[in-house]
Design a protein around this ligand. Structure first.
Ligand code: DX5
Ligand code: ZN
Length: 220
């Protein structure tokens, strides 16, 4: 894994990459300092768009050795966990709102021998994941409503991040707090101050003239 300056992990979202040139676009950001690659899987039901399947995770796995952070914005993720694991996911993140039996789903991801994360939408209280923190190494606090890149950061996420951080410190667990949506050099700073340590960014990195500079501006 790359050196993580200040312990801040940068995970570019390939939603904003050129899918026609995906392997190149993944290698490019890894060479420019990205720590992980974030893959946004959407099913056209939990969120309106349809994006990537496990085949795209396989392409990403062949392109790089860095951890693949696979964000499933899909209903009934239980049906697909094994395929996403076989494709090379390092971590599978499922949405609290998409799981009928969240505890069981996270247990199944753990039993596949990979890391499990849980995500919450901007409208979901953070306390709704407190009872599954034993089963995850990461909580993803969505800072936009999931579905599209390039949306505006939702400020009220900051107090959720701070509340989660406080709880994690209280229960003495080693859990990462990831943010995703509308992350740029300014919102990144606010999120890190609130307690986030993993920053997902799509348009800010892939839309930049200088992707290396964009990544290092997030790490500062
Ligand atoms: C949104 C996705 C994000 C998206 C972020 O549903 O989960 O990962 O790619 O895009 P930006 O960074 O452009 O807001
Ligand atoms: Zn995402």
């Amino acid at each position: 894994m790359n050196t993580q300056k200040n312990n801040i992990i940068i995970a570019p979202s390939i939603l904003a990459a050129n899918v026609g040139n995906l392997a190149h676009d993944i290698k490019y950001v890894v060479n420019a300092g990205a720590d992980w690659i974030h893959v946004d899987v959407m099913d056209g039901s939990f969120v309106p768009p349809i994006t990537f399947g496990d085949n795209v995770v396989s392409i990403a796995r062949s392109a790089t050795a860095v951890p693949l952070d696979v964000h499933l914005m899909i209903q009934n993720p239980d049906l697909h966990l094994e395929r996403f694991k076989d494709a090379g996911s390092t971590r599978i993140i499922v949405h609290q709102e998409a799981c009928q039996h969240l505890h069981r789903t996270l247990g199944e991801i753990n039993s596949l021998g990979i890391k499990a994360g849980v995500a919450i939408n901007p409208g979901t209280p953070v306390e709704t994941v407190f009872d599954v923190l034993d089963l995850v190494d990461l909580v993803l606090v969505m800072t936009v409503n999931p579905g599209w890149g390039g949306q505006k950061f939702i400020e009220s996420s900051l107090k959720k991040i701070a509340h989660l951080k406080e709880h994690i410190l209280k229960i003495k667990k080693n859990i990462l707090i990831e943010v995703d949506g509308g992350i740029n050099n300014e919102t990144a700073k606010q999120c890190v101050e609130a307690g986030a340590n993993v920053l997902v960014a799509g348009s800010y990195i892939y839309g930049a003239q200088d992707r290396k500079m964009a990544i290092s501006s997030l790490k500062k």
